[in-house]
Every structure is written in structure tokens, then in C-alpha cells.
Design a protein around this ligand. Structure first.
Ligand code: NAP
Length: 256
């Protein structure tokens, strides 16, 4: 049993859907005060109503500095400070390099990588004020460990998050704040469903635990990094993928 996050102030970007919603659900269940942030108000409102616990929402574009700063300040005012920043929002359009418009590369970098920097920067004044804090990034196995045709920009952004993480851990230490990353494998979300049933079936077959991950599998890992028990862990990452990156060959996975 981890130390309670009862009453702690938490932001989850991309919390209206998928993994972010799973993270928000896990923290709200622990009694945390949770704000979910994304661009579309209808989905945010619905999720905030449906998730059990103390959940509010803010409209925010994580690639835009003013939007992120205003969101973090507004959450701190509404929730009595800010303890946990879950920088989770992300996008994964699938386009091969030969076909990719440079503007798409920039958009993915802004949504996935620039956003990590902006979320941390916006949270620092609040961590400094409180003398403590936690950041949890949602990275991926794609990029840092694996590759997949069409996701060169996505993979680069997710590997970039881990590069950012190392120096951020050093700079945040003075505020008694840790920063760590969860690296999901294939998690069953709205975003993944858009890739089609064939993709989902092929992926499930390539995972030793023989199922896609649940959004709360990622929420539980984020919760651990936010707990007091993880207070001496910073600049690190954990893979949550049902063993997907382990098999060395098709024969190896066929043996199971
Ligand atoms: P999803 O179902 O598509 O949900 C994405 C969420 O991010 C939505 O709430 C979306 O809301 C929000 N979002 C997107 N762009 C945004 C922006 N510019 N500003 C603010 N919010 C934005 O995606 P998911 O599958 O849950 O993925 C969530 C994170 O996990 C991403 O970082 C992704 O790279 C990572 N991940 C996912 C998997 C997986 O298998 N699903 C695996 C590895 C890593 P709006 O559109 O309303 O803004």
C-alpha cells in the first residue's frame, strides 16, 4: 500500500481520453484533487463527470506556452497549489518519412516534446513555492527502444522526452521535485483503436501477456512515481508493456 495522495493537487494533460483518463481515474480514486487538461471541452466535461472523485477540467493546448502557463496557474489557484504534473498528452499520426510534410514533423514535436518542457516550466513556480513536487512524463517504447514505420517523428519525440528528463531531474532537485517517465507498450485507447482492428490483433499476438495494456496499468505506474515511497527515484523510466519488447524472434513468441 502506497502512502495516500489524499487531497494532493494533480494535473493530467490529455486526461479526457485514453491513458490520461486512466491516470486521472487512478489518482482520483486515491482521493487526489485532479484537473484534466486537453483542447476539446465536450470530451473534457464528459470525462470529468464520469470519473469518480474530485475531478475538474481546463481547456489547454499543451504545445502553446501561454495556454500551459495559464492552465497550471489556474489549477494551483483552484486546488491550493500543485503537487503532481502528469505530462501525458500526445499525438501519433502515422506517416512514412518519404511522404511526411515537414509541418507534420513540427506538430508532433510540439505536441509531444515541447509540451514536456512547457509543462515542467509552468509547474516550477508552484513546486518552488511548496518545496516539493512530482512530474511524470508519458513517453513510449516506440522511439527509445523500438521502431515502427510511420512513426519516425513520434519515436524521436518520445526518445527526446527521455533526454529532457535527465537534465530536468538535475534542475528540479533544488525544488525537492522528482521527474520520471512511464514508457507504455500498446495500451487500449481511443487513439490506438483508430489504427484499426488488424493492428490491435497483431499487437496483442506479439505481447507475451497476450493482451493490450489497460489505461489504468499506466495510471498505476504514474501513481507509484508520485508516491512518497518513490521519493528517492528521479530521472528514471519504467517500461509497462506486458513484456512486448522482450521476445528476440517470432519463434520466441510462438513458444509461449
Ligand atoms: P488518445 O487516446 O489519442 O488521447 C490523447 C489525449 O491527448 C486526448 O485527451 C487529447 O485531447 C489530448 N491532446 C492531444 N493533443 C493535445 C494538445 N495539443 N493539447 C492538449 N491536449 C492534447 O491517446 P493515448 O493513446 O491515450 O496516448 C496518450 C499518451 O500516451 C501520448 O503521449 C502517447 O504518445 C502515449 N502512448 C500511448 C500508447 C498507446 O498504446 N495508446 C503507447 C505509448 C505511449 P484533445 O484532442 O481534446 O486535445
Amino acid at each position: 500500500m502506497l502512502t495516500s495522495l489524499q487531497g494532493k493537487s494533480v494535473i493530467v494533460t490529455g486526461g479526457s481520453k485514453g491513458i490520461g483518463r486512466g491516470i486521472a481515474t487512478v489518482f482520483a480514486r486515491q482521493g487526489a484533487k485532479v484537473t484534466i487538461a486537453a483542447r476539446h471541452e465536450d470530451e473534457l466535461k464528459k470525462a470529468a463527470e464520469e470519473i469518480e472523485g474530485e475531478v475538474r477540467y481546463e481547456i489547454c493546448d499543451v504545445s502553446d506556452w501561454d495556454s500551459v502557463r495559464e492552465m497550471a496557474d489556474s489549477v494551483a489557484a483552484a486546488q491550493g497549489g500543485l503537487y503532481v504534473m502528469c505530462a501525458n498528452a500526445g499525438a501519433f499520426p502515422q506517416t512514412k518519412i518519404v511522404d511526411m510534410d515537414p509541418a507534420e514533423w513540427d506538430r508532433v514535436m510540439a505536441t509531444n516534446l515541447r509540451s514536456a518542457f512547457l509543462c515542467v516550466k509552468a509547474a516550477i513556480p508552484h513546486f518552488e513555492k511548496a518545496g516539493k513536487g512530482r512530474v511524470v512524463l508519458t513517453s513510449s517504447i516506440t522511439g527509445p527502444i523500438t521502431g515502427f514505420p510511420g512513426w519516425s517523428h513520434y519515436g524521436a519525440s518520445k526518445a527526446g522526452q527521455l533526454g529532457f528528463l535527465k537534465t530536468a531531474a538535475m534542475e528540479l532537485a533544488r525544488y525537492k521535485t522528482t521527474i520520471n517517465a512511464v514508457m507504455p507498450g500498446n495500451i487500449y485507447t481511443e487513439g490506438l483503436q483508430d489504427l484499426g482492428q488488424d493492428y490491435l490483433d497483431t499487437m496483442a499476438a506479439s505481447i507475451p501477456l497476450k493482451r493490450l495494456g489497460d489505461v489504468e496499468d499506466i495510471g498505476n505506474a504514474a501513481l507509484f512515481f508520485a508516491s512518497d515511497e518513490a521519493g528517492y527515484i528521479t530521472g528514471q523510466q519504467i517500461v509497462v508493456d506486458g513484456g512486448q519488447i522482450i521476445p528476440e524472434s517470432l519463434e520466441a513468441i510462438a513458444e509461449i
